[in-house]
Design a protein around this ligand. Structure first.
Ligand code: XMP
Length: 319
């Protein structure tokens, strides 16, 4: 249990002592951990930190803009914004298997990140938002899935191939402490209390082959769902909530005409540790509003379903 303002001073001192006048690079994802790590390291060493934000084309609506606004504009952190969407979509063409998609997305990320980092010629350190639960997880008893998850998130293998030393200033902190630290460092509340978002992003929320057209539809649906959860106060009462794109068409009616369009599934869960989870008993009125908005506002979607499966046996993500 830390006194957070004291902890910040201590952590800043440690970071300065560790890196001296060296350059540091950090892969910014927009998630809580990498964001707080970036804010803390920036507080310690300012312009010696360069963040690399890779847009894989599988981010949520406005995500890239939010990250750039928070860090580059408001906090004056150096952030290189790389739009690598085309490379990701090209590599994912024709790929339908969930684990194969994860591997490709992870590999592309490493490639893009390495290429960008190489431009920061005198970088000596790779900073990561590793937190205490990640440390325990990789110390022993890790499941295959946990390993898969971390292999992308913590860009495993990068430090060795890039000859960089690792800087992990959040290693001793639990998630709630990381959030508290984020607030103390001045990060916006909605960034600090964000639901987790998987590294492969919308890539595992579009079932089967990932197509740009599907991602566009999913982004709009997800945005409506999250907006209504926030307006109704249900965002904070759920641990994770999102839309899933089902690449199947079903029949509907609109005016005098028949439609034949795609299906969106909504998923909202409550959980402590994400190992088990209950589906959230969202009010019918809320579900109804979200469904109406999605169907009326998004051309290409004519049916919305709600996922009422617990984990286990279902997983939280659909892939
Ligand atoms: P599942 O679907 O296994 O998800 O019940 C449990 C938690 O892990 C997240 N998740 C991932 N995170 N890379 C990540 O960084 C992944 O490949 C991945 N797969 C699942 C999921 O969003 C949930 O919070």
């Amino acid at each position: 249990d830390w006194n957070m303002p004291d902890y910040v001073e201590e952590a800043i001192g440690k970071i300065r002592a560790t890196v001296g006048s060296d350059q540091v690079i950090l892969g910014l994802s927009g998630g809580v951990d990498s964001s707080v790590a970036a804010a803390l390291i920036h507080r310690a060493i300012g312009d010696q930190l360069t963040c690399v934000f890779v847009d894989n084309g599988l981010l949520r609506a406005n995500e890239a803009r939010q990250v750039m606004e928070t860090f580059a504009k408001n906090l004056a952190v150096k952030v290189i914004h790389v739009d690598a969407s085309r490379d990701f979509y090209r590599s994912l063409t024709g790929i339908t298997d969930p684990e194969a998609k994860r591997k490709i997305i992870g590999r592309e990320f490493v490639e893009v990140f390495q290429c960008e980092s190489a431009k920061i010629s005198d970088a000596k350190w790779l900073a990561q938002g590793t937190i205490y639960p990640d440390v325990i997880e990789s110390a022993g008893g890790k499941t295959k899935k946990a390993h898969t998850i971390k292999s992308h998130h913590n860009v495993g293998g990068l430090p060795e191939t890039m000859h960089l030393k690792l800087l992990e200033p959040l290693r001793e902190l639990f998630k709630d402490e990381v959030r508290e630290l984020g607030l103390v460092l001045g990060l916006p509340r909605d960034m600090v209390f964000r639901h987790p978002f998987p590294g492969p992003g919308l890539g595992v929320r579009i079932l089967g082959e990932v197509k740009y057209e599907y991602a566009e539809l999913l982004r709009q649906a997800d945005h409506i769902f999250i907006e209504e959860l926030q307006r109704s106060g249900w965002y904070e009462k759920t641990s994770q909530a999102f839309a899933v794109f089902l690449p199947v068409k079903s029949v509907g009616v609109m005016g005098d005409g028949r439609t034949y369009e795609y299906v969106i599934a909504l998923r909202a869960v409550q959980t402590q540790d994400f190992m088990t989870a209950n589906w959230a008993e969202l009010p019918y009125s809320l579900l109804s509003k979200v469904s109406n908005r999605i169907i009326n506002e998004i051309r290409g979607i004519n049916r919305v379903v709600y996922d009422i499966s617990g984990k286990p046996p279902a997983t939280i993500e659909w892939e």
